[in-house]
Design a protein around this ligand. Structure first.
Ligand SMILES: Cc1cc2nc3c(=O)[nH]c(=O)nc-3n(C[C@H](O)[C@H](O)[C@H](O)COP(=O)(O)OP(=O)(O)OC[C@H]3O[C@@H](n4cnc5c(N)ncnc54)[C@H](O)[C@@H]3O)c2cc1C
Length: 251
């Protein structure tokens, strides 16, 4: 128990034999989320990750969109175009969300240096890209599924880029035997709120990223100790590759 937070939390914990269980392949998404007279929302439509905590945002966007759709349909409007948009955009939103935030995350989640930089950038981007707009006008913004249009593609490209860098650096750290500096780390924030304090979080995230890149440059001079890398960020299977009727598995 090197970490002070872990030590505090598990101070009185007792090990119970055989009490540890594991689940895999938790992620899924539906390729069709609505049709004539039906629509699915929240976890019924898809689930990404139990640890890095998305879910309720998906629930909010999809529930809002579908509630609006049902209200229009009950009013007698023609909702065919909105149904078609939901079926088209939902898998894109899911896929971009996964690619920009979750792909390869588990390779560096255990490295405080890399993960703290990524967390600051991830949460700040999330607040700037989505939360701020929802705070300003929830009625309108919850109807726009995240990552729509060209803006969505740009945000996804930026976030995927830095997350790929963190995964690649984790790979180099692992193959060169770099000893992680997780001990004694205590990360506290004064909260994430959609105001100018986000700028401070971003600059902290960027400066930590920069330091990680410097360490990475230094590690490039070391000979790899492990023959094969743990990560090939380019080789992760396409999340949209269907594994069965109506749903996809991540890996
Ligand atoms: C370990 C873990 C950690 C998470 N952490 C976070 C987090 O930090 N932040 C975040 O935003 N999200 C998080 N999530 C995701 C979030 O909890 C879910 O996305 C959210 O609860 C989904 O809501 P839902 O209403 O779609 O589905 P659910 O909450 O699953 O609700 C569905 C309900 O339907 C009921 N039901 C099922 N079948 C039937 C039936 N046949 N008849 C009647 N009722 C039925 C179920 O009992 C359930 O009550 C986490 C999820 C997990 C598993």
């Amino acid at each position: 128990m090197n970490n002070p937070v872990g030590r505090e939390i598990f101070e009185t914990a007792k090990v119970i034999g055989g009490d540890v269980h594991a689940f895999s392949m938790l992620a899924y998404h539906s390729e069709k989320v609505c049709g004539d007279g039906w629509a699915i929302v929240g976890d019924a439509a898809g689930f990404i990750d139990p640890l890095y905590s998305p879910g309720l945002d998906f629930c909010s966007y999809t529930s809002y969109y579908v509630a609006d759709l049902v209200a229009r349909s009950l009013r007698g409007d023609d909702v065919a175009e909105r149904l078609s948009h939901y079926n088209h955009q939902y898998p894109i939103t899911y896929r971009y969300w996964f690619e920009s935030l979750f792909r390869n995350k588990y390779y560096y989640m255990e490295d405080a240096d890399l993960m703290s930089a990524a967390l600051l950038l991830d949460v700040s981007s999330y607040y700037i890209g989505l939360v701020q707009a929802v705070y300003r006008d929830p009625e309108r913004e919850f109807l726009n599924l995240p990552f729509m249009g060209v803006g969505g593609k740009v945000v996804r490209a930026i976030m995927s880029f830095y997350n790929r860098r963190f995964a690649a650096m984790a790979n180099r750290r692992s193959t060169t035997g770099y000893v992680k500096r997780n001990a004694g780390w205590r990360e506290l924030y004064d909260g994430f709120v959609p105001d100018r304090r986000l700028g401070r979080h971003i600059s902290r995230g960027l400066s930590r990223w920069f330091k990680c890149e410097l360490i990475n440059l230094m590690l490039m001079l070391r000979k790899p100790r492990v023959a094969a890398g743990i990560v090939d960020p380019g080789s992760v299977p396409d999340v949209t590759a269907s594994t069965g009727a109506g749903s996809s598995a991540l890996s």
